[in-house]
Design a protein around this ligand. Structure first.
Ligand code: UD1
Length: 369
């Protein structure tokens, strides 16, 4: 059997990070065969299947079908499923590549590390310094046992240095998610998504919300619904809702309030290009996503992040992002600033250039080839 490198994808934000690496591996004719494992953490067509089609991701070599569950249960199912699969490959696996900070990232790292298989973590070193976030635990565990740490922004390198990590384990590669954005932007623009949604370019606000800290607490969710309604009184608001968010809106009885004036346009989760098409021409984005903070920075679109902290500080320092935390009055003031043309501009960031995946592959060939 020839040596294999295994790429892991589990949840929606993983797919755009993995796609360019799989392409780069093929283009490079790397000295190892590439394998793809989908853990099945996200499984709805709208949360998974459509991304494979649009981003040209090949069918996975294995699907673990873990589905939803509590953090412990979901993590355990990935751990067990991935270990079983790795064992079935015998000595063929030369290394495992994990991306991001979802439960699948941590669980697959743990399974591989226990089998003494080297792991590379793409997007290593990010820290929100908020252990209340499940992703923060995933990042810390993953980075502590992965062999090769490949940060996507300078803060990642700095955090790992501060944690005493051997610099030989760290290689700054830049942002593979931006590779996908740069590649897909022309196709996304060609779809003319704003017009198809009845919106005018540059004259609407795009909203995404799914973090437990925003959507699981009914009082917080009610305050956010109120904010969205007030913003929508000024400018059209479009809100593709994550399944978790829609469920919480329903269970807390807030769906009716959100729809009341008919000004907030609630949509199902969008496919990658649909979302990118809307994001690229938005006047403003309101979000709690990690990746969207980076994507808006690259696109130069103002972004207000409904969180108290970010593991992606470069988007605030150099990009178009502002953290508004719990201060929804501040959010409203900043919305006014954007509408009045008074918001800050961003600048470009090293390694967010569409070629990060090539640097990942070059590093893997050098270390594992
Ligand atoms: C996960 C990641 C988060 C990432 C987000 C992007 C962790 C800890 N969290 O959060 O970092 O930003 O993905 O979406 O890994 N559901 C469906 N269909 C699906 C997937 C989920 O209906 O295909 C529903 C289920 O009710 C599920 C809930 O969404 O219980 C939450 O899914 P889960 O994977 O546990 O976490 P996310 O909130 O999606």
């Amino acid at each position: 059997m020839s040596a294999e490198v295994v790429f892991v994808a589990g949840a929606r934000p993983n797919f755009m990070k993995v796609a360019p690496m799989l392409r780069a591996a093929t283009a490079l004719g790397a000295p190892f065969a590439r394998r793809l494992v989908h853990t099945g953490q996200h499984y709805d067509e709208a949360m998974s299947g459509v991304f494979f089609e649009e981003l040209g991701i090949p069918a996975p070599d294995a699907h673990l079908n873990v589905g939803s569950g509590s953090h412990g249960a979901q993590t355990a199912r990935v751990l067990e499923g991935f270990e079983t699969w790795l064992l079935s490959r015998g000595s063929a696996v030369r290394g495992v590549v994990v991306v991001g900070d979802v439960n699948s990232t941590m669980a697959c790292t743990l399974a591989a590390a226990k089998l003494n298989i080297p792991v590379a973590h793409v997007e290593a070193g990010l820290r929100s310094f908020d252990r209340g976030m499940p992703e923060e635990i995933n990042r810390m565990v993953t980075d502590s046992i992965a062999d090769l740490l490949l940060p996507s922004e300078p803060a990642g390198v700095e955090n790992l240095r501060r944690e005493g990590v051997d610099p030989a384990r760290v290689v700054y590669v830049g942002n593979t998610m931006i590779d996908t954005l740069a590649q897909q932007l022309p196709a996304a623009r060609a779809l003319q998504v704003p017009a198809a949604q009845g919106l005018s370019r540059g004259d609407y606000v795009l909203v995404t919300l799914h973090r437990p800290s925003n959507v699981d607490d009914p009082a917080r969710l009610a305050a956010l619904v109120d904010l969205l309604r007030r913003v929508a009184a000024r400018i059209p608001v479009v809100f593709p809702a994550h399944p978790r968010t829609r469920a919480r809106l329903e269970s807390s009885g807030l769906l009716g309030a959100l729809r009341q004036d008919g000004r907030v346009k609630l949509l199902e989760p969008l496919a990658y290009r649909q979302n990118l098409g809307l994001m690229a021409d938005a006047k403003l984005v309101l979000t709690d996503s990690g990746g969207i903070q980076e994507e808006t920075t690259y696109l130069g679109v103002p972004c207000l992040t409904l969180r108290a902290n970010t593991e992606r500080p470069i988007t605030v320092e150099r990009g178009t992002n502002t953290l508004v935390g719990d201060d929804l009055a501040l959010a409203e003031r900043l919305v006014n600033d954007v509408l009045a043309g008074r918001y800050k501009a961003g600048s470009s960031i090293e390694g967010w250039d569409g070629r990060a995946a090539e640097r990942v592959m070059a590093t893997l060939v050098e270390r594992w080839g």
